[in-house]
Each structure stands twice: as C-alpha cells, then as structure tokens.
Design a protein. Structure first.
Lengths: 208, 137, 142
C-alpha cells in the first residue's frame, strides 16, 4: 500500500485496495479510461483552439490561417480532430464492454443511464464540431440537421436555438460554437465526474 | 436512493464470503493505467502525425457537390436515403436510445442473455449501416 | 520479500510515468507558447492607392487606422499616431497645429516633437514605400 498514494488527492478519491479481478485487461480493456483521456486531450487542444477560432463567417478563414500559418496550429487542430473521433469509438466500445460484463444491472443502473447520456452527448459533440469547421461540407451537414428539426412540430424554434442561422455553405454559427465549446462540453465533463463517483460508490469494477 | 443504500450495507458480507475477492494495492492498477496512457497517447500522436486532417471546401469557392456526411451520422444518413425523415431521423434513433436506456429493466424482464443479444443486434445494425454508408459509392 | 520487491518495481514504473508526464508537460510549454504568441510581432500594415487620397500639407488620417499622411517636401510622409508616453492614440488638431494626446495631455508640434506634457520623445514616423501605384505603410517597430 503506497503511503504516498494515501496522502495524495488521488488517494482520497480512489480506494486504497482494489479487487484482483479488476486488474485483468479483460475486465475493462481500459476503454473508459481511454475515453476520459481523450476528453482531457480534447479539453486542452480545444482551449488552445479557442484562442484563434472565430465562429460564424470567419470560421473557415480563421481555421485556414490556424492550419497553415500559426506555429503548431495544424498539429493542435489534427490532435483535436483525432482525439474526438477516438473518443466516440472508445465510448461506444466501453458501452459494449459494460453490456458484455453485465455491469448495467441494478445498483449500477443509474450509472448505465449516465453512460448512455454521455454516449449521446459525445456523438452530438462530434457532429457539432464538424459543423464548426465552416466549410461547404459543414453547411450541408447543418442543413440536414436543421431540416430534421423543422420536420417536428415546433421544431423551427429548437433549430434556431441549436443551429442559429447557418448558411448552406457554412455550418459555423455562434450558437453552434456556444453549444459545442461550453454547454455540451461542460455537461460531458460534469457527467463524467458523476460517472466516476458512481463507480466508486458502486464498489468499483467487478469482473465477470 | 434509500433502496440503494440498504443494499449497499449488505453487500460487503457477500463480498467477504466469495473467495474471488482478494484485494491488491491500488498501485497495481495505477501502473497499468500509466502504461495504458502512454500507449494511447503514442497511438494518438502517431495517428495525428501520419494522417493529415484536410480543410473542407471554402464557402467562398464555387459550390461543390457534397456526397458524404461525417461518419458519425453515416448510419442516419443511409436511413434518410431509404425512408422518410421522421422515421429515420427521429423514430429509429430515439427508439434505439430508448432500448439502451431501459437495458437494466430488460435485464430483469428477459434475462442477461437476451439483453446481450438485443444489444448486439442493435449495435451491429448501427455499426453496419455506418460502414455501409462510408464505403458506399 | 518477493512481494515487496515487486511493489518496489511497481513504484518505479509509477514514478517513471509521473516524471514522463511532467517532462511531456514542460516540453509542451515551448510549442504552446509559440502557438499562443504567434501574433505578437504583427505590425500594422496599410495600403492605399496613390491616387485615392488627396494629400495635403496638413496631416490627414487614413481611414480607421493610426496612420496619418501629409505631403512633405520629399514626398509622402506618414506618422504613426501613438503617444510616446503610454501609447494612447494621438490626433492632429489643425487649428492649434498640434498633436494632442487624450490620455495625459501630451502635446507635440506638427513634426511630432514633444512640446508639453509627460511625453519626452517625439512621435514616430511610419515607413512609406511607393510601389506599383500604391502606398504601403508599415507600423514602426519600436
């Protein structure tokens, strides 16, 4: 038992001892951890992108400048993109693993529901990030999303709140930016902390 | 919540009885986490360094014909091409999410095995449609 | 004994991991600071067609910039209208024939020499280059 570990902050939020079975790679495949790691990378690179990204009409131009002119700009952008794709995949694989090891069953059903919400939010974050790229492709994707919303009764208002007024050639709007960078990302961060706290409450990883 | 608390207090007794619950110091897990972290970061950096993320087409350029949606929405895009928007854009995704949300309840209703089968079929359909859309002409 | 020994090696791995993360983090400071400071040294540049602005003997402001232009003896002269005290934007008042600083009351004569107030150095001229019928103005790097 590490004395160092007990005194540190990590020693307080994590148990001192864990079950032997939870150590096995087969118990988790590290997928939840990888998702969290992706989220950390996304947060850091996302904050770095905030310094130069301009939502709206200037979105494509600012990204183009960031990509080609700014030192390490293209690297930060690529890292943000790939970490995002990997997070969607690892969250999904994590869900498959949880069902496989039957960790959704009572005592943990609240955490399962939290996890499903997190999966949905992650996918929506990936989609909204795609819209923020500001190219013609993002405009097309925004148009499809808007059309889906407006097909609902009262969906016009919802679409305006979520999408703002994107043009068919540019999906990046201030609304979409606020959702992506603050509301959705903040909700995912908060829900993850809750998710981890529930794992601790539920007694940690229990192998099959 | 109260119910959960009640069950929780009983849990340790069961845990003590079962022989498989030997414990090891947390450090054993932390070591694996560090190794996993570096492997994952290495993979991410390799991916970032090797596959360039292109810019899309500028909104100022002449309009291009766009055939591909982002891959996360590939499956929905495929469905949208087959059926009306309300069905493939709302009913099917929301129904799938509803099945996911109620999985613990299904577990008690139809059993673990069937939950696994239901989940597997659902996942495979969505993943399959995503791949189908991605590699479709 | 063997248990202790394996624990020890575990701890070594852990501290190696921590140190590597620390080194990676510190190593990132360099590229990150370069990335964040990328626009630090960007100086203002303006371009105007020679025919576009009638150049007079008095200073005239160019659009919404801090460049002021006048027709001097040896061609076009440009002034960078930043007070040499603390950098407020000065403006030329033709009636008093003075540059006035709104912040701390510095005054400069028409050639930019300080005549009153906290500022002690003259206003800085901007570089003017004429090329292909355009005037290119460059903010002085001070």
């Amino acid at each position: 038992m590490g004395k160092q570990g007990n005194n540190s902050f990590m020693g307080h939020i994590r148990p001192r001892q864990i079950r032997t079975g939870a150590l096995r790679l087969r118990a988790t495949f590290c997928l939840g951890g990888f998702s969290f790691l992706a989220f950390i990378v996304l947060t850091i690179t996302g904050v770095l992108l905030l310094f130069y990204y301009q939502p709206g009409d200037r979105a494509f131009a600012s990204l183009s400048e960031l990509n080609s002119v700014l030192p390490y700009g293209g690297f930060v952008r690529s890292l943000h993109f790939w970490a995002g794709q990997m997070m969607v995949i690892s969250v999904f694989m994590h869900m498959v693993r949880v069902v496989w090891s039957r960790a959704y069953r009572p005592l943990r059903e609240l955490n399962w529901i939290t996890g499903v919400v997190l999966f949905g939010l992650t996918v929506i974050l990936d989609y909204s990030g795609y819209l923020l790229r500001g190219g013609q492709e993002s405009g097309a994707a925004a148009t499809v999303g808007q059309a889906l919303f407006t097909s609902l009764p009262g969906g016009q208002a919802l679409a305006t709140v979520f999408f703002g007024q994107p043009s068919p050639l540019n999906g990046s709007t201030l609304n979409m930016f606020v959702w992506h960078a603050f509301i959705l990302a903040g909700a995912v961060g908060f829900l993850q902390l809750f998710h981890f706290w529930r794992i601790r409450r539920g007694g940690g990883v229990r192998p099959l | 919540m109260d119910l959960l608390e009640g069950e929780r207090t009983q849990a340790p007794a069961e845990v003590e009885q079962s022989g498989r619950q030997e414990k090891v110091p947390l450090i054993e897990l932390q070591v694996r986490e560090y190794i996993g972290t570096f492997l994952w970061l290495g993979f991410l950096l390799a991916l970032t360094a090797s596959v360039k993320v292109p810019l899309d087409s500028s909104p100022k350029a002449a309009a291009v014909s766009i055939s591909k949606a982002p891959w996360v929405f590939g499956a929905i895009q495929w469905l949208l091409q087959q059926w009306p928007a309300w069905l493939s854009g709302w009913v099917l995704p929301l129904l799938s999410m509803a099945v996911l949300f109620t999985l613990p309840w299904w577990g008690q209703k139809v059993g673990k095995m069937w939950v696994w089968i239901i989940f597997l079929i659902l996942s495979l359909v969505w993943v399959g449609l995503t791949f189908l859309y991605m590699f479709m002409g | 004994m063997t248990f202790d020994q394996t624990l020890y090696s575990r701890r070594q791995v852990l501290s190696l991991g921590r140190k590597t993360l620390l080194v990676l983090g510190i190593g990132c400071l360099y590229p990150v600071s370069h990335y964040l400071r990328a626009k630090e040294n960007q100086l203002a540049v303006a371009r105007i067609a020679s025919s576009e602005m009638p150049l007079k003997i008095h200073w005239q402001r160019l659009g919404q910039t801090r460049f002021w232009l006048r027709q001097g003896n040896d061609g076009v002269e440009a002034m960078w209208a930043s007070c040499t005290h603390l950098g407020c934007e000065v403006s030329y008042d033709p009636e008093q024939d003075l540059w006035l600083c709104p912040c701390h009351g510095s005054r400069f004569n028409r050639d930019g020499q300080p005549v009153q107030g906290p500022a002690v150095s003259p206003l800085v001229r901007a570089e003017v280059k004429e090329k292909d019928g355009f005037l290119y103005l460059h903010q002085p790097a001070v």
